[in-house]
Design a protein around this ligand. Sequence first.
Ligand code: KG4
Ligand code: ZN
Length: 342
Amino acid sequence: MRVLAIESSCDDTAAAVLNADGVRSSVVASQDLVHGRYGGVVPELASRQHVLAIVPIIERALADAHVTLDDIEGVAATYGPGLVGSLLVGLQAAKGIALARGLPFVGVNHLEGHLLAILLDRPVAFPYLGLLVSGGHTSLYVVDGVGAYRLLGRTRDDAAGEAFDKGAKMLGLGYPGGREIDRLAADGDRRAIRFPRATLKRGAYDLSFSGVKTALRQYLLEERGAPLADVCASFQEAIVDMLAAPTLRAAHDLGLETVVVSGGVSANRRLRARMEEEGARAGLTVLLPRFAYCTDNAAMIGYAGRARLLRGERHPLTLNAAATAPIGLPDTLPHAAEAGHA
Ligand code: KG4
Ligand code: ZN
């Protein structure tokens, strides 16, 4: 089945074409230049950019895959979680194509896309432990299969990417901040400043990143004057510590041998290195998607959507965008068959 997939949940407009051989094309239009000067995504501007980009991006994905809409056999799009104004643009485009062409349509949970992105590059045996670290989410899941996710823990406050972005803003760096901190931290001393690591009493695998953000603000207010690279490296190290420790503990506790790290923050070089080193030491296989599939893209939505379409799952064209749509919580599993729309 040749599937057209669309993703527009935040500030990237993306489309991809997948068939049985894998990804035939994957195109992403970034809005970094639009939001950069605000130090974060401005929802109204994001929606408007999506409106401008969506048709050219779909046309480009089709052209790169050397196909036309006549060759497409199914359509998938992100329905949530995300910014509703952004989600609606990609979702409406997908539903419009499905309606006009009489094609099967399925909505995909953005988090599911991230958790399965690794499967675009290689087969991975289920179950695996999935650490999802993005700008909006930081959660640990057991991935038992496509559509079968168990939430183990999640951040109680900020997502890890949000902590990076807010930290970068305090440091006067560009957006997205995670990438900037990653770049500057490469030449810094990780031990220069000891930022606090949050440990939570309840919720064995829950995480918290608001403390480290406050600690950075406090440090900057007191102007203790370490070089910027050292501040970045120390701040990054605290976040990486708080991600790596519970993940490795969960893998050990649950006897899972494979750990998959996904989402925008999985592009972080220090997190990748630490997870690979410490995972190897613990006898675990740690897998990371290629960079292009770490940050938002439509190929991962296509993977999840195609798998669901092949299983016969369909959503009605009344499917709406959802700002919050946590997978791993039973009442919101986006399983069309269970919901009676099959
Ligand atoms: O998955 P994603 O593209 O969008 C969401 O679903 O949120 O993740 C974006 C997040 C941003 O917070 C960005 O700062 C972070 O991923 N990010 C990074 C790196 N590249 C992107 N964080 C740390 N290091 C990086 N190299
Ligand atoms: Zn994402």
